[in-house]
Design a protein around this ligand. Structure first.
Ligand code: 2HA
Ligand code: ZN
Length: 269
């Protein structure tokens, strides 16, 4: 069977980025079994021929009405699929969906009838809100980074911006490359409407949010940049934990050093 990616280098490039990141997530130990999800808004890369493609699934309900997604296309990791498999065979473990004109349902159009992620309603709600805000962001990523999740088991770290400031102070790059910090969402059932709503709200202020005792949800212009922000925060978490393992509380960069960095790098806060 001909893949939708054939002779479409721009589309293939985005899907290949997903595959590359899926491999990193597995290698880092952040993607046990089917853990984590990725969805990419690929609407800008869709041509007339794709628009004409017949559905390969029945019409499926999203579970929400998302007015900004009318006629949009997404590449989605499949439900119950493994990141390590997505890394090698993205079109066998993920699929392309088309949102229908009622903004409440979708069909799968390529390559295989792989049912999209269980977190589809929350991912699509986030994409809907990004379009509403005029954001250029196309990627949303959910993963289970070990050290960041471990830190979320300490109630002290769940107060607003405590963890953000701690992680920023471990190494200058973290504030420079994750300048909006890490939002915190108190524990909620995976896949629940409550979790989706809280995520949507917190993403107004942050590009990466922590789901307490579960994982992180990140958005970015593309999946590589969303991954880089989580990776940078995770690096800081590892430096913190390594210091504690050596028996001391890391000092962190001073307020003066943070101020200087913020000024010179023109950071927002
Ligand atoms: O898709 O990580 O939170 C598997 C998950 C759900
Ligand atoms: Zn998860």
């Amino acid at each position: 069977m001909k893949s939708i990616l054939e002779n479409r280098p721009a589309l293939a490039k985005e899907v290949n980025k997903v595959a590359e990141v899926a491999g990193y997530l597995w290698q880092k130990g952040w993607a046990e079994r089917n853990g984590g999800n990725i969805t990419i808004n690929i609407t800008d890369l869709i041509d007339d021929e794709i628009r004409q493609l017949a559905p390969i699934s029945e019409v499926k309900q999203i579970g929400a009405t998302l007015p900004y997604l009318k006629g949009c296309y997404f590449f989605c990791k499949g439900t119950n699929k493994r990141m390590r498999d997505l890394a090698r065979w993205p079109m066998e473990h993920g699929s392309v969906i088309r949102i229908l004109d009622d903004c409440a349902s979708y069909v799968i159009i390529a390559d295989n009838a792989v049912q999209p992620t269980s977190e589809l309603p929350s991912h699509l709600s986030v994409h809907n809100d990004l379009i509403r805000k005029g954001s250029p962001y196309k990627a949303s990523l959910h993963t289970h980074p070990i050290e960041l999740i471990a830190m979320s088991h300490n109630p002290e770290f769940l107060k607003k911006d405590i963890l953000t400031n701690l992680l920023w102070s471990m190494i200058p790059e973290t504030k420079a490359f994750c300048p909006r910090g890490l939002g915190i969402i108190p524990y909620k059932l995976p896949g629940s409407v409550e979790l989706a709503d809280a995520t949507l709200k917190e993403l107004n202020e942050y590009d990466v949010v922590m789901w307490e005792k579960h994982g992180v949800f990140a958005i970015g212009p593309d999946v590589m940049e969303a991954f880089d922000m989580v990776d940078t925060l995770s690096k800081s978490a590892q430096i913190y934990i390594n210091s504690r393992n050596m028996g001391f509380e890391p000092k962190g960069m001073s307020d003066e050093q943070m101020k200087e960095l913020t000024l010179v790098f023109h950071l927002p806060k």
